[in-house]
Design a protein around this ligand. Structure first.
Ligand SMILES: [Zn+2]
Length: 233
């Protein structure tokens, strides 16, 4: 029976080929969204295994981040770049939880992850949610939570609506406007917790900086940071 099932499976994949979202090659049986070659070839940073790594250094003198990490380097033309592009701009939502699960499996049991009480995604602007239909960081958090067993929270940190008219402002105004674009909905939910703040890509770190400055106003909160990719500017 399973032979017949496999045969049918092969036949269907001839008619409707399943392709890898990292490289475009055909997926074989047991591969899901990402082929084995991409899975192996994604250049891991392993930043969670050592302190004072480049992601942590990015926040030195800016905000108090306990630990910082990123799954992969965001090189030009890289597989992780194509995967994130498919997730954010091609609407392939399933890639978010899948990458989160993969990253979560390397974080699970590490000193980095065992200190975390709760995972919180960087909130996306309402206009982008309307356009995209989802917040990619939320999807990544779902996967991270699934493979690490650490709960995630999408309500405590929110974006203040109505601060989207940044394009008409001067550079200085834009810079000052970053302050206060996030707010805490219910401090009681996160009081005393060590939060893992999650974004898809870390570049300048300014979004993380403004999120954590709000989170750190709550009593006893500590913040660590993780992203799928690190793209230094
Ligand atoms: Zn691939």
């Amino acid at each position: 029976m399973s032979y017949l099932y496999d045969l049918l499976d092969d036949f269907l994949s001839l008619l409707f080929p399943r392709l890898c979202y990292g490289c475009g090659n055909h997926l074989v049986r047991n591969e899901n969204l990402i082929c084995t070659e991409c899975y192996v070839a994604i250049p891991r940073t392993n930043y969670h295994t050592f302190k004072d790594n480049p992601v942590e250094q990015l926040f030195w003198g800016r905000c108090l981040i306990q630990r910082g990490a990123a799954f992969s380097f965001y090189n030009k033309g890289s597989r992780i770049r194509r995967l994130i592009h498919n997730l954010k701009y091609k609407g392939v939502k399933e890639v978010g939880p899948e990458l989160g699960r993969i990253y979560g499996r390397s974080l699970k049991g590490s000193e980095f992850m065992s200190a975390i009480d709760i995972i919180i995604p960087v909130p996306l602007h309402q206009s982008k949610i309307k356009m995209r239909g989802f917040n990619q960081s939320e999807l990544i958090c779902m996967g991270l939570s699934e493979s690490t067993g650490v709960p995630f929270d999408i309500v405590s940190l929110a974006r203040v609506t109505g601060s989207s008219t940044q394009t008409k402002k001067s550079r200085y105004d834009r810079w000052t406007n970053v302050e206060g674009i996030f707010h805490i909905t219910d401090p009681e939910l996160i009081k005393g917790k060590h939060i893992l703040l999650v974004d898809d890509v870390i570049t300048t770190g300014s979004t993380i900086e403004s999120c954590s400055s709000e989170l750190l106003k709550v009593e006893g909160v500590r913040v660590s940071v993780a992203a799928l990719a690190y793209a230094p500017v």
